[in-house]
Design a protein around this ligand. Structure first.
Ligand SMILES: Cc1cc2nc3c(=O)[nH]c(=O)nc-3n(C[C@H](O)[C@H](O)[C@H](O)COP(=O)(O)OP(=O)(O)OC[C@H]3O[C@@H](n4cnc5c(N)ncnc54)[C@H](O)[C@@H]3O)c2cc1C
Length: 447
């Protein structure tokens, strides 16, 4: 029996712990310094908005850890002696390991702006950030959020829910256009503006000004505008949380470098989740993919490698989802912001400008490559199956009803997609599948 120590009790660390327990009798210790128990980071915003309580976002209760013999330690590791296999904590405690799993997650990016340390400035990543935002936003009337990504919009919605006037600064010419194709970026920009968020494109932060009490009073943008505010939210992306591992024998670049087996350059030391940078990402994919499901898959894969036999980590078909106020966003597969040869696209947008469907395909082979959805939820398994099976676009369009979660939408939308297909290719095709639950089950049976 080995002693496996995991630093980080997020989705990656706890998934690894759960699976190691399922597959072995090893001693498992999880050391983490943000919260006593694993919580759902993606649901932090709902706690602030009063939709959920803190205890509602804890996937497991204390009993679960006890039953599974997963020892939890609330402490912060400040250094690691990889030679002696000893972890040194900030309170003086030290811990020995046989194998070490680094699952230290991400941290918010700050770019050394003048005034970023003032009271009233905060990111949104940790539980402590949430507590701080709760405290700082009490009774305030105005806020500026810097950074127009997914977390920026979440923070805007949170503050808006408490009637705080929000200015959102975004670098891109339309919301998140570094990631979203132009039409979807414009759709989301419009939607954010309709929610009375003062979204300012192509605008960055230059400095944060203090009042006479040393608190945030205003910000200066790189356009030369001063915006008075009582709170500044910093949501300019995240990066691997690995500062304490720099200048050690552990090979790091932007993240901890791992091979396909999630092994670092040091024997018996592994890394999983947001803190990881893959040495060899697959084509069209990133080396750092800081999303929930990758942490979970890495945790499970590594447990198998440690307890059973070496199993390579596979970057599965890309998936992400988020919400822009009440517009749901889902992406499956390959959807770049600029769609250029060898890719091509079919795009439909509702007349209300609040819903859209984009299909990405290979221009030469007409094989489906990706789906980008605004205001709809598609069945993940169906989309993934189409991509995996290299399905021709025509088949996807003809059977599109299979993908819709909400059948009330497809009677209206599916024929419109067909029309766009016909316009583009001058070729008629008809809807083949009914989209009923039975049809979906038949689809899975066949595939
Ligand atoms: C507001 C918000 C919304 C999000 N929404 C989505 C979403 O909708 N969909 C999605 O896919 N992803 C979303 N994400 C991203 C997702 O939450 C992360 O990808 C995921 O939580 C990363 O998990 P992890 O286990 O790698 O790391 P983390 O969850 O960051 O956990 C790592 C833990 O390790 C601890 N730790 C680090 N260093 C040490 C140390 N030296 N000593 C002790 N403890 C340490 C940290 O304090 C932390 O608690 C969101 C993130 C945020 C912040």
């Amino acid at each position: 029996m080995e002693h496996i120590v995991i630093i980080g009790n997020g989705i990656a660390g706890i998934t690894a712990a759960r699976w190691i327990r399922k597959l072995s009798d090893h001693r498992i210790t999880v050391i983490s310094s943000e919260s006593d128990y694993f919580f759902s980071r993606t649901a932090l915003m709902y706690v602030y908005m009063g939709h959920m309580r803190w205890q509602d976002i804890l996937p497991y209760d204390a009993d679960f850890y006890k039953k599974n013999r997963i020892e939890l330690i609330y402490n912060h590791i400040q250094s690691i002696n990889f030679y002696n296999k000893i972890l040194q904590a900030t309170d003086g405690a030290s811990y020995k390991y046989d194998r070490l799993i680094l699952a230290t997650g991400s941290k918010s990016n700050y770019f050394n702006w003048e005034g970023q340390e003032l009271e009233g400035v905060c990111g949104l990543y940790t539980k402590q950030d949430l507590d701080k935002i709760e405290f700082l936003s009490e009774g305030i009337k105005s806020a500026v959020i810097v950074g127009g990504g997914l977390i920026g919009v979440e923070l805007a919605e949170m503050l808006h829910s408490r009637n705080i006037k929000v200015v959102l600064l975004a670098r891109d010419s339309a919301y998140w256009s570094a990631v979203l194709p132009a039409e979807e970026a414009a759709l989301v920009s419009r939607h954010i503006l309709e929610h009375q968020i003062d979204l300012r494109h192509e605008t960055g932060l230059l400095k944060i000004n203090a009042n006479e009490n040393g608190k945030v009073a205003s910000i200066l943008t790189d356009k030369g505008h001063t915006i008075p505010c009582e709170f500044v939210g910093i949501t300019t992306g995240v990066s691997p949380n690995i500062d304490f591992l720099r200048n050690t024998p552990l090979a790091c670049d932007k993240g901890i470098l791992v091979n396909n087996y999630l092994e670092t350059n040091i024997p018996n030391v592994y890394a999983i989740g947001d803190c990881v940078q893959l040495r060899e990402p697959i084509k069209d994919r990133k080396a750092i993919e800081a999303v929930w499901y990758t942490g979970s898959i890495m945790g499970e894969t590594l447990a198998y490698t440690i307890c059973v036999e070496p199993k390579p980590y596979e970057q599965l078909i890309w998936f992400n989802s988020a919400k822009f106020f009440d517009i749901e966003y889902q992406v499956y597969g390959l959807v770049p912001n600029k769609i250029e040869y060898p890719l091509d696209t079919l795009y439909w947008e509702s007349s209300s400008g609040k819903k859209s469907i984009r299909l990405i395909f290979d221009e030469d082979t007409k094989i489906i490559k990706g789906f980008n959805l605004m205001g709809f939820r598609f069945r993940q398994e169906v989309c993934e199956q189409w991509i995996r099976k290299k399905t021709p676009l025509e088949n996807v369009v003809a059977n599109i009803r299979l993908a819709f979660f909400e059948p009330e939408f497809y009677s209206d939308v599916a024929p419109k997609l067909l029309k766009i297909y016909k316009l583009k290719f001058g070729k008629k095709t008809s809807l083949r599948s009914s989209g009923s639950l039975n049809a979906v089950l038949r689809f899975f049976k066949k595939n």
